[in-house]
Write a protein that binds this ligand. Structure first.
Ligand code: NSP
Length: 226
């Protein structure tokens, strides 16, 4: 169904609702994944957590590069500022979180610095790079929106009592705190605004990117157990 047809059946529908609906069943499977439940309950095994964090640190490296492209492509200073502030948080507080977690989980430096990338991580990096190099703000938004909105969704669904292990509690907290929620709220509005103004072909590419991201997000959680 095109966005126009989707809006005909529901005039209130947002462009980002259409993107999310087009990414089912991966959206629901990822945001309600066993990984997220175990994270919230504090029962995620240390080996699973370490494997996930090593692969995710490689993901985040390419993700920050995509934020750099988004800063370049954003059409106005207020939009550039949103991405710049978020990139500052990821490269400071989030980076610090990864390094402390690797130390506590006794992950040797070469393992997290030059990791052996899993197939899902490699596919993620390809997608992030192709969205970044596309020269398209719309494409960058579709990928960033899938990544951050899905993380906000599972993190907000975690129970309020946090696990005792800081590498679990802080990972939830980083994706549930008010500044992160405010960024995702803005990112959805920005994606809605751009999605409403582009042609059908660009919308189709945005929907394909969003769906592929959610397919990989689900596979990435699966891979932490393999
Ligand atoms: C795979 C993945 N997707 C999203 C996020 C949230 N920044 C993350 N850290 N890792």
């Amino acid at each position: 169904m095109t966005f126009e047809e989707h809006r005909d059946t529901n005039p209130e529908a947002r462009f980002t609702d259409w993107l999310r609906d087009g990414a089912e069943p991966h959206w629901t499977r990822m945001t309600t994944h066993r990984f997220a439940h175990e994270l919230g309950a504090g029962t995620l095994g240390d080996a699973v957590a370490a494997r996930y964090l090593v692969q995710d640190y490689a993901f985040v490296n390419s993700f920050v590069a995509l934020l750099g492209y988004a800063i370049a492509y954003a059409p106005s200073m207020p939009s550039k500022r949103q991405f710049a502030q978020f990139a500052a948080a990821v490269t400071a507080d989030e980076n610090d979180f990864f390094l402390r977690s690797f130390r506590e989980l006794a992950v040797p430096e070469p393992v997290w610095k030059t990791p052996e990338l899993g197939p899902v991580t490699r596919d993620f990096i390809d997608l992030l790079q192709s969205a970044g190099r596309s020269g398209s703000y719309a494409q960058a938004l579709s990928v960033l929106c899938a990544a951050e909105w899905s993380y906000l969704t599972w993190a907000k669904a975690c129970p309020p009592e946090r696990p005792r292990q800081f590498w679990l509690s802080e990972w939830i907290e980083l994706h549930a705190i008010p500044p992160f929620e405010a960024f995702v709220t803005w990112l959805r509005e920005e994606t809605d605004r751009v999605g409403a103004s582009v042609d059908d072909e660009t919308r189709r590419v945005m929907a394909a990117n969003f769906r592929r991201m959610m397919e990989l997000e689900e596979a990435f959680f699966d891979a932490a157990y393999e």
